[in-house]
Write a protein of this length. Sequence first.
Length: 135
Amino acid sequence: MAFRVLPLLTGFVAVSALAAAPAPGDGRFVPGSELDGTWEGILSNGGMGLPMIFVITTTPGEGTKAVLDVMDQAAKDIPVVGYRREKDTVFMEIPAVGGKFDGLVSGDLAAISGRWTQAGAAGSPVPLILHRKAP
């Protein structure tokens, strides 16, 4: 099974360390910000690997936004248009590359285990595990 990366996409995801996130009671906490930071992962298929980085940011009054960086393809700040979180599951849509990611957040907020699908790519979804990057 082969995967196809569109001209602007291939990458991995990273997220800042849990220790860097404000605690809910410290006055700096923004609801929904538990996943804020940089998340990194390697999209692999058939022995090939493509590093992907997702950066998630929550701003009071604006909500949560995310971007995708695929440095091996010189692609930075690709907008994640459809970011949403439902309990322990994260969904991200990246229309610019025809890609989607959905994954389950680990209990310690250190990883998101999921799958990457991309329009025009042959085969089924490809496993992608994102790990929170330390600050």
